[in-house]
Every structure is written in structure tokens, then in C-alpha cells.
Design a protein around this ligand. Structure first.
Ligand SMILES: C[S@@+](CC[C@H](N)C(=O)[O-])C[C@H]1O[C@@H](n2cnc3c(N)ncnc32)[C@H](O)[C@@H]1O
Length: 264
């Protein structure tokens, strides 16, 4: 998608749509919330006492969850949007976890964290926003220690494939410059010297978009409208967009995928 870059993503995560996202998703801005995080952690074998890096951590809810539920010793989160880093630092202080969770405000493709410094690199539903995925995966592979894992979920193109028109609509509405598929990520991981041990569809996308539509239309309608300055036409566009994403997922054209790779 020509003309979509990091500045557009930062603007999306700094603006009014964040109120809407908070309302619908809570602190964890990915499909499946805490259950999806715990599923990924279990499959990746995230161990007590380990240290991790969350690349594109947003407000850091995933890091706080790993510290609480897997007894991870420490996490460093990297995010390019100052507003979410600021909110993340505040929430982390409020939860008393600032001794174990810290934030770096930087582009995940060049964050300058030391090489081989983490037991695992983590991310949830965020790398779809990064245009240079080969660079991003190479950075993840550089920062994880030998024997460590890269564990992430992401939005990918499904096996049925998007038409050009569907791809244009999908990428534009999501502010994605491009989107990978499962095989593409496996190749990128391998090109960075990592072996994918798990690469699969979580099958969460379609049922969760049905849930979000129900939340918007059956319970949170007024609250959603409020986040949109009571502009009914914006609400209609939003609901149309959610329906489109649900349809694409049901047709096998997009999916949320889960990956666990090991650096030898
Ligand atoms: C969907 S949110 C991540 C949600 C988070 N993983 C969670 O589960 O709550 C996507 C995040 O990626 C960040 N992001 C996108 N491109 C980035 C980049 N190149 N470098 C760092 N952060 C980036 C955005 O600022 C945003 O906070």
C-alpha cells in the first residue's frame, strides 16, 4: 500500500480512535485478550524467572500479564507511539510493576537494545503495522539469545487470498503498508536463522469479530457513539468495516496466526 508508513500508524494510535479501542478491547489490544496471551505463552514455554522483549508493546498490558501470570522476571517493551508508551508507564506504575516492566520509545526496527539480551521476544497482533517485516524479524532474531524463542501472533493473509480490491480496502482501513501470510513469516524467520516450531491459524478472528459487532450493536452503542463525537455516519463506516473483516475471516482470506520460533 503506497503512502502508508509509521507516521500514519503513530497518528492512529495517538488520536481519538484509541478511546474506541480501549472501550472495545480493554487494555489488551489484540484478538482474544488474556486467553490468547496465555495460549501463546504456554506454547512458547515462557518460563518463570526469564526476561523478554515485547516489540510493539502498545500500553504494555501483555508484559504486565506475563509478569503476573508466568512470573517472568523482567520485560522491556518497545513502541513507536509516545502516547501509548506514556499511558503504559502510568498503568505499570499504578499496578506496582515498574520495577519489572520498562518501556523504550522507539521504532521496533531500530531500537538499539543489546544483542542476545532476552530469553524471548514477544508480540501480539502488531507486526502487521510494520512495513519492513524482514528488518523487524532480523531485529527480533538479533535480540533473542541462542536457545531463546520468538513468540508472536499477527494478522495475516489467509489461504484463500485477498483480491486486489479486498487487499486495498483491508490495508487502507487498518493502516497496514502490507500483510504477510503464514508461509511468508516462516521464510522470514528462517532467513534470520530461526526455526519455526509452530505456525498456525488461531481460528479466533471470525468469532471475535462477531463478538465485537454484538458488543457495538447490542450493548455499547451509546458509548461507541460517544467516542466518535456522536457522528452516526462514522459509526456506520466502522460497523461496515468490522462486518467486512468478519466476512474476510470467514472466507479464509485473513486470519490471526500464532508463531513460535527458536534461535538455535
Ligand atoms: C495493536 S497494537 C499492539 C497491541 C499489544 N500487543 C497488545 O496486545 O495490547 C500495535 C502497536 O504497534 C505499535 N507500532 C506499530 N509500528 C511500530 C514500529 N515500527 N515500531 C514500534 N511500534 C510500532 C503501535 O504504536 C501500537 O502501539
Amino acid at each position: 500500500m503506497a503512502g502508508v508508513g509509521l507516521a500514519d500508524v503513530i497518528s492512529a494510535y495517538s488520536g481519538t480512535q484509541t478511546e474506541f479501542m480501549k472501550l472495545l478491547f480493554g487494555q489488551q489490544l489484540h484478538i482474544g485478550g488474556m486467553k490468547a496471551s496465555l495460549d501463546l505463552a504456554e506454547r512458547a514455554g515462557i518460563a518463570a524467572g526469564s526476561s523478554g522483549i515485547d516489540l510493539c508493546c502498545c500500553n504494555g498490558a501483555g508484559m504486565r500479564l506475563l509478569v503476573r501470570s508466568r512470573n517472568v522476571a523482567s520485560m522491556v517493551g518497545v513502541d513507536a507511539t509516545a502516547a501509548v508508551v506514556e499511558r503504559g508507564r502510568r498503568l505499570t506504575r499504578e499496578e506496582g510493576l515498574d520495577g519489572r516492566v520498562r518501556f523504550v520509545h522507539a521504532d521496533a526496527c531500530k531500537c538499539d537494545l543489546p544483542s542476545a539480551s532476552a530469553d524471548f521476544v514477544w508480540s501480539e497482533d502488531a507486526w502487521c503495522y510494520v512495513a519492513d517485516k524482514p528488518k523487524l524479524i532480523a531485529e527480533a532474531a538479533r535480540m533473542v539469545r541462542p536457545g531463546g524463542v520468538i513468540a508472536f501472533t499477527d494478522w495475516v493473509e489467509g489461504p484463500a487470498g485477498l483480491t486486489d480490491a479486498e487487499a486495498q480496502r483491508f490495508l487502507a482501513m487498518m493502516t497496514f503498508a502490507n500483510v504477510e501470510d503464514i508461509a511468508g513469516y516462516v521464510k522470514l524467520l528462517s532467513a534470520s536463522g530461526c526455526e519455526a516450531r509452530l505456525a498456525e491459524d488461531t481460528e479466533r478472528f471470525a468469532p471475535h469479530f462477531e463478538l465485537y459487532l454484538n458488543m457495538i450493536e447490542m450493548q455499547l452503542t451509546y458509548d461507541v457513539l460517544r467516542t466518535l463525537a456522536f457522528r452516526a455516519e462514522l459509526m456506520e463506516t466502522l460497523v461496515d468495516g468490522f462486518r467486512f473483516l468478519g466476512e474476510m475471516a470467514r472466507a479464509g482470506k485473513i486470519a490471526q496466526a500464532r508463531f513460535v520460533a527458536r534461535r538455535p
